[in-house]
Design a protein around this ligand. Sequence first.
Ligand code: CU
Length: 199
Amino acid sequence: MRRLLATACLTAAIAAASAARSQEASPPVPADKPAAAPSAPAAGMGEAVTVEMKAQDGSSRGTVKITPTPNGLLLEANLSGFGKGTGDRIHGFHFHQTGKCEGNFESAGGHYNPTNKEHGYLSANGPHAGDMPNFVLADDGTARFAVFNPMVRMTGGEAPLNDTDGTVIMIHGMADDYKSAPAGMAGERVACGVVFKAS
Ligand SMILES: [Cu+2]
């Protein structure tokens, strides 16, 4: 068996050598490593944007920076102006479907859900593309946190924020329970920020 294998290897080596000789005049075959390409951004990538969050009276509640990555969006929130808050100070945080922050923010519609899932991380058929984890306010009414949402993109893919009617980020007065349809019982809409305006 071993001898047979050795013979086979030798035969292959001879064949390879003769093939190499016959190709001497040809240009070299490219290696398996791709040639260095110009550093074009991956699909769905683009510039980071900073979204200003505003209360219903128009006053600022800080910012959320959104950085596109090849596999989703990284959100970095730097919030303020929420006062002492109430209860456990846990607040729902979502993308909503319409790029409009007016009045009591019902203008923004429901959760961004272009793939027709059910609401919540705890739902068997969830979550919405716009679902994100709750955050907790500090004693001074500020919050700093980061969250990665792998379901959405700025443009392209099955859940682009830059669709025909835009998208907002919404903060609720209460916690998202991660399961109740359609929006996790998160209560009042206390701050809203336009990512892409409704056209
Ligand atoms: Cu919401």
